[in-house]
Write a protein that binds this ligand. Structure first.
Ligand SMILES: [Zn+2]
Length: 138
């Protein structure tokens, strides 16, 4: 059995934006008007707020090891299910199910990590806005 190798997306700091292939970084969209932060879907081309359709700020969140664990399990779990289907050895299906459960948990943790990262960025932006207000610019 061969395992598909997952291409490391950040090769030595080269900033090639291949977002539409296997997304290299997770992006969040933040609408300053609605104060809404959400995960940008891979099929979305424009940075647009889903509520008011205004331009939203895109926040890129760098991949963590959790992201790679998710990608790895995404490949391994179906592979184990395939092994079960061909060999009919029961433990493989349990391993596969376990892999799926771990994948869900890890991706959830990763998404909340990303959201926390994005929120930190927003705080900075909001801080700037308050600074503008103090100076009477807005
Ligand atoms: Zn909005």
């Amino acid at each position: 059995m061969s395992i598909v190798l997952i291409r490391p997306s950040t090769t030595a700091g080269s900033k090639i934006n291949t977002a539409r292939s296997f997304h290299s970084t997770v992006k969040y969209l933040y609408c300053p008007k609605c104060k809404e932060l959400r995960l940008k879907a891979w099929y979305e081309r424009r940075n647009r707020c889903s509520r008011c359709y205004r331009d939203a700020t895109a926040i890129s969140v760098p991949n963590s090891w959790l992201t790679y664990v998710t990608y790895g399990l995404y490949v391994i779990a179906p592979a184990l299910a395939a092994v079960y289907l061909t060999t009919d050895v029961r433990p493989y299906i349990w391993l596969s199910l376990g892999g799926v459960i771990i994948m869900i948990v890890v991706s959830f943790v990763d998404v909340s990590r990303g959201a926390a990262y994005a929120k930190k960025r927003i705080k900075v932006t909001d801080g700037d806005l308050q600074g503008f207000r103090k100076r009477g610019w807005r």
